[in-house]
Design a protein around this ligand. Structure first.
Ligand code: PMP
Length: 429
């Protein structure tokens, strides 16, 4: 495939935008080469500036669970845009999406809308600190919770891809309040709690991480965290920005039957527009301004266009819950097909999957935490694989630490074409 115009556009972009992109992973820096500039998208496909058609496994990094330019979402946005783009006042549609989210997600009474996943997790931690009166937080190495200061400590996703999991610009003071634990290691969490007795406000976790590839939680791990939190008056925050409204209507809380105290959302809840949200039971949410003392705000929070897109998306998912089964089934089919061709071609690999989140690691050892994910990512095979797939019109995330997001717009023909491409590329690895 030819990507000439994309390269020209990238050259122009680099003159006026840092690195030519507004979010680092898009720059292809980890895998090499120039990023692809997309002109439009529909269903399972991206169409780039050179006229290439690509099968998309990023889906805007997760939100587009029903595919690109899904008609009910687009229609809802067009309709509401004609009435004005922002009022800075309450609107009825905010209550409607909140009612639907509260109905779909277990264990929450109220939800507050923000503009990104970063804002959701940042606000959730402030709320947890305000509610408990404690300052320290525990996060897990390789989990990414957006780019606010307290989270850029051994963060996953773009932060590891660029080798800056601990970003300059984050003060020592902030860093010291973030304690780092190993994913899937309860003993490690226990000892952090012992050493910092009565100082920990919350444990924040991607219950099914997608930012060091996809990592399934070991049996009993999330349940164990729940118990530790109950025993030590610590709030458990599930960052369901990736998993929410994807792994089940009620996210991991529903799928795995473990309750969080605060749940954070992003991606699907905005239907592709900039939306994040955090939610909890009344006693916690009523700690927020204007009812309670913890301040949090946003000029464009609950923006009509974003709410219309989100409401259209959640309504579709709520009315047609077979979608969740369908994407899981498609992902299982892809998993099986890729596994088979990698075995046939003697390519060492580990495939991790939970529902419609899947990642391929080019190493034989199990990938269970950040250390094991980093080990397999370090061997350079992924970069070759990425470019092989791209050359053949399959667009996967340009980093070994990312998860593939399956949309229901993908047909079984698309999946077969993808498996066949993996077969072809495997021969070159
Ligand atoms: N939490 C998780 C689990 C994420 O995957 C992301 C983004 N990929 C975020 C938070 C941050 O969301 P945003 O990029 O919308 O700020």
């Amino acid at each position: 495939m030819i990507y000439k115009r994309s390269s020209e556009l990238f050259a122009s972009a680099q003159k006026v935008i840092p690195g030519g992109v507004n979010s680092p992973v898009r720059a292809f820096k980890a895998v090499g080469g120039d990023p692809i500039f997309i002109k439009r998208a529909e269903g399972a496909y991206l169409y780039d500036e050179d006229g290439n058609k690509l099968i998309d496994y990023i889906n805007s990094w997760g939100p587009l669970i029903l595919g690109h330019a899904h008609k009910p979402v687009i229609d809802a946005v067009i309709d509401i845009a004609k009435k004005g783009t922002s009022f800075g006042t309450p609107t009825e549609i905010e209550t409607k999406i909140a009612e639907l989210a509260v109905k779909m997600v277990p264990n929450i009474d109220k939800i507050r809308m923000v503009n990104s996943g970063t804002e959701a997790t940042m606000s959730a931690v402030r709320l947890a600190r305000g509610f408990t009166g404690k300052e320290k937080i525990i996060k897990f190495a390789g989990c990414y919770h957006g780019h606010s200061d307290s989270f850029l400590i051994q963060a996953g996703s773009g932060a590891i891809t660029f080798g800056t999991p601990n970003s300059p610009g984050v003060t020592q003071g902030t860093a010291k309040d973030t304690l780092l634990a190993k994913y899937n290691d309860l003993e490690n969490v226990k000892s952090l709690i012992e050493v910092n007795k009565d100082e920990i406000a919350c444990i924040i976790i991607e219950p099914v991480p997608g930012n060091m590839g996809c990592i399934p939680p070991d049996n009993g791990f999330l349940e164990g965290l729940r118990e530790l939190c109950d025993d030590h008056s610590i709030l458990l925050i599930f960052d369901e920005v990736m998993s929410g409204f994807r792994l089940a209507p009620g996210g991991v809380q529903e799928r795995m039957g473990v309750n969080a105290d605060i749940a954070c959302f992003g991606k699907v809840i905005g239907g592709g527009l900039p939306v994040g949200a955090f939610a909890a039971r009344n006693e916690i949410m009523d700690y927020l301004a204007p009812v309670g003392p913890v301040y949090q705000a946003g000029t464009l929070s609950g923006n009509p266009l974003a709410m219309a897109a989100g409401l259209a998306m959640l309504t579709e998912l709520d009315n047609n819950r077979s979608v969740f089964k369908s994407i899981d089934k498609k992902t299982a089919y892809l998993h099986e097909g890729i596994e088979k061709v990698l075995l046939e071609n003697n390519v060492a690999h580990t495939i991790n999957r939970v529902g419609s989140m899947i990642s391929i690691h080019f190493g034989e050892e199990p990938v269970v935490d950040f250390e094991s994910a980093a080990k397999s990512a370090g061997n350079g095979i992924f970069n070759k694989f990425f470019h092989g797939m791209l050359e053949n019109g399959i667009y996967i995330a340009p980093s070994a630490f990312e998860t593939w997001f399956i949309s229901d717009a993908l047909s079984y023909e698309d999946l077969d074409a993808t498996i066949e491409t993996v077969n072809k590329v495997a021969k070159t690895l």
